[in-house]
Design a protein around this ligand. Structure first.
Ligand SMILES: NC(=O)c1ccc[n+]([C@@H]2O[C@H](COP(=O)([O-])OP(=O)(O)OC[C@H]3O[C@@H](n4cnc5c(N)ncnc54)[C@H](O)[C@@H]3O)[C@@H](O)[C@H]2O)c1
Length: 381
């Protein structure tokens, strides 16, 4: 086998996503036959102690405490943005200017204006770019796309998506700072809309095409929380819950709902699509299964099938174990890394690019506008 070229990775952020992406780059070369081998070159955290601890845990060769230095380093090919949303634009603009490839965590930015700047920067620099909407690369979700592309569902009438959590119900939970930046609107941009519904919207746009109009309602159940950085009780600016209706350009109707106040649910992401001939449904808690109903089946045998998406002919599964043995959440990031590296080899963009992810941002913005105005809102391109 020809020797592989190195792909030097610079990771910014050592939290949840820093771990999933580092894990993916460590594993991808073992399971996928790729032209480039990722090298964990440098990791950046805000303190030396954290950067060193992360580097030793995950095998990074060096550390930085200022992301600007990491971005400027000549020995970095790919910048990974795994920091909170308020830093995505600035880091991406600098990385693009330095000619680096970029993988940016979702949402692309806090709003479309920031997102558009990022799109322009990567397109002007001509650097490979990807936003980490990883659920597309869960094999059962990828397979849903294949079935739709093959026309198995026929004309699509309905799209339904829900993403539920329950971790912010306590009014004593503070906002802001490490781990709780998601409750601080100035950092996160929005609440469940940009955090959880952004995933649902990305999957929906990928499976069912563009959304034309939306009408939404949001609520902030706890109006004030102590801020971890200022120590003061401050107004809460995020949406705790959001529900919206949407009309897709293909004529189908949709409902989307997300909240962090659904007691008992930790990360319930489910979607269902109803077409003329068939329906499909997927549940993150059972992520290796795709539920499928086909009206064309013989009458007495007609019913929902639970497809265990683990056979070699299922998407990505020939790279893993043997049929019947399932994979999980972390593997969606391994698939993302593999697809990105393959894209570099072929000189082709890999979805969702910054430009594609901007559409998700535009839907989020329209949802928040509609909730504020009480009107139907058109998606602004
Ligand atoms: N794809 C997904 O399913 C998914 C899941 C969770 C989070 N995310 C996204 O990933 C991003 C990070 O979220 P997370 O859950 O990993 O957050 P986190 O709070 O667990 O980690 C963020 C890390 O960034 C570091 N950081 C903050 N500012 C920094 C700076 N200036 N320089 C260096 N490091 C800095 C923090 O110290 C922390 O280690 C967010 O944009 C979030 O929306 C995506």
């Amino acid at each position: 086998m020809a020797s592989k070229k190195n792909l030097n990775v610079g990771m910014i952020g050592c939290g949840f996503m820093g771990r999933t992406h580092s894990n993916a780059f460590r594993k991808v070369g073992n399971f996928f036959d790729l032209e480039y081998q990722p090298v964990l070159k440098a990791v950046c955290a805000r303190t030396q102690a954290k950067a060193e601890a992360f580097a030793s845990q995950w095998g990074y060769e060096s550390t930085e405490t200022d992301w600007r230095k990491l971005v400027e380093r000549k020995d970095i090919d790919l910048v990974e943005i795994c920091t909170p949303n308020d830093s995505h634009r600035e880091i991406a603009m600098a990385a693009a200017a330095a000619g680096k490839m970029i993988i940016c965590e979702k949402p692309l930015a806090r709003n479309s204006e920031e997102g558009l700047d990022m799109v322009k920067a990567v397109e002007q620099a001509g650097v490979a770019n990807l936003v980490s909407y990883n659920y597309r690369r869960v094999p059962a979700v990828t397979m849903a796309r294949q079935l739709i592309d093959e026309g198995k569902l026929g004309k699509i009438f309905h799209y339904r998506a829900v993403f539920l959590q329950d971790w912010t119900i306590s009014k004593d939970l503070p906002q802001g700072g490490t781990a709780l930046w998601r409750l601080d609107a100035s950092v996160a941009g929005s609440g469940v809309t940009g955090d959880l519904l952004a995933h649902c919207i990305d999957t929906a746009l990928w499976l069912n095409g563009s959304i034309d109009t939306v009408t939404a309602m949001t609520e902030t159940f706890v109006k004030e929380r102590k801020h971890n950085l200022t120590g003061q009780v401050e107004k809460v600016g995020i949406d705790d819950a959001c529900a919206f209706l949407a009309r897709f350009r293909n004529g189908s109707l949709a409902t989307f709902e997300s909240t962090r106040y659904a007691r008992g649910h930790k990360a319930l992401y489910v979607f269902e699509i109803n077409g003329e001939h068939a329906s499909i449904a997927w549940d993150l808690h059972d992520l290796h299964r795709l539920q499928y109903f086909d009206h064309r089946d013989e009458g007495i045998l007609r019913g929902w099938r639970s497809i265990h998406v683990t056979d070699g002919e299922h998407p990505y599964m020939d790279k893993w174990w043997v049929p019947g043995l399932q994979i999980g959440y972390e593997h969606s990031f391994v698939h993302q890394a593999a697809d990105f590296i393959e894209g570099i080899s072929k000189g082709q963009p890999v979805s969702p690019t910054f430009r594609e992810a901007l559409e998700t941002q535009q839907v989020c913005d329209a949802v928040l506008r509609s909730a504020a105005n009480g009107t139907w809102e058109k998606i602004k391109a």
